[in-house]
Design a binder for this molecule. Structure first.
Ligand code: 13P
Ligand code: SF4
Length: 309
């Protein structure tokens, strides 16, 4: 079996031979982030996927991200190291139920968070990510009623920020929902100078303690530009790799969950490993495939997001 440095060499060799680009989300293991050509948040990764010239896109993230890359690049081979890398938000919003929800509110425009299946995207009017959601909602005329899906916590945060009364799908992220307010307060008491940075997928009880709420890229940039040296970071712990690289000398702490556990690793994101990345490139599988009629319906709201961003 190859060790990590051999795997890295083999992945780089295959990348050149295949004319591939490796896109990685901040929640991937640090060695995957280090071998990726581009690491970013959901919006940056979809913008990158829309612009790449390589013949093959190897997506180190979860299924909805790789699907978005395929929707934007039907002619390219899009690989995902582990096809079982799902997302609790996407899984908690089945298209058949979402269609019924939408049908009950025919006068509403549907804004869906990118963390949803291609089928749910196809039932949506515009897609958003955590970094452009507020901006997109502010562009929708005030009298137009809105359905926001599938993240109820991001939805509630956006209602508070924009003052819009949106109908919310009751989904949530298993990673961001597990942070405990009680343990966060105790942690703040032990680190009174620490700045609290939180992703808007966290529940309101966590967000109310945050000094800054933003996407993964927003959190990273805030830590880079802040004069503070200690931060409590309420998001998936993979982001700390780039934060520590970009901010030498600063300290980052991930708050514990309710039972005191460090449950801030996304089990879906962490399904991808260096070995699976190497194997998927060597064998050119698992490959993302999307039926053309569905792809065209899902493409429209994604393009709308890219135009509105
Ligand atoms: P962003 O990368 O847009 O901040 O989203 C985080 C996330 O949960 C991706 O699954
Ligand atoms: Fe989905 Fe949460 Fe994992 Fe992101 S961190 S992929 S929202 S389960």
């Amino acid at each position: 079996m190859l060790n990590v440095s051999n795997l890295e060499q083999e992945i780089n060799r295959l990348k050149h031979r295949m004319n591939a680009v490796i896109l990685g989300h901040y929640y991937q293991d640090s060695e995957i982030q280090d071998v990726a050509d581009f690491v970013g948040d959901s919006l940056q990764l979809s913008q990158k996927a829309a612009a790449v010239s390589a013949e093959v896109i190897v997506f180190c993230g979860v299924l909805f991200m790789a699907e978005t890359a395929k929707i934007l690049n039907p002619q390219k081979l899009v690989l995902l190291p582990d096809m079982a890398a799902g997302c609790s938000l996407a899984d908690g919003c089945p298209a058949e139920l979402f269609r019924l929800f939408r049908e009950r509110h025919p006068d509403h425009i549907v804004v869906s968070y990118i963390n949803c299946s291609a089928e749910v995207k196809a039932l949506s009017d515009v897609i958003c990510t955590s970094s452009n959601a507020e901006n997109i909602i502010r562009q929708i005329p005030a009298e137009q009623p809105i359905i926001f899906a599938p993240d109820q916590h991001l939805g509630r945060y956006l209602i508070k920020k924009t003052g819009r009364d949106m109908k919310l799908w009751p989904g949530s992220c298993i990673v961001h929902e597990q942070f405990s307010e009680r343990n966060l307060v105790k942690l703040k008491e032990r680190h009174p100078a620490a700045i609290v940075l939180a992703h808007p997928e966290c529940a309101e009880a966590i967000l109310r303690h945050a000094d800054y709420v933003g996407s993964t890229t927003g959190i990273l940039k805030y830590a880079q530009t802040s004069p503070a040296t200690e931060f409590i970071v309420a998001t998936e712990s993979g982001l700390l790799h780039q934060m520590e690289k970009a901010c030498p000398g600063k300290t980052f702490i991930v708050p514990p969950g309710e039972s005191g556990c460090s449950c801030s690793e996304c089990p879906h994101m962490k399904r991808n490993t260096m070995e699976k990345l190497y194997l998927c490139m060597r064998d050119r599988t698992p490959e993302i495939t999307i039926n053309e009629e569905l792809r065209l319906r899902a493409l429209h709201p994604i393009e709308r997001m890219l135009q509105m961003s």
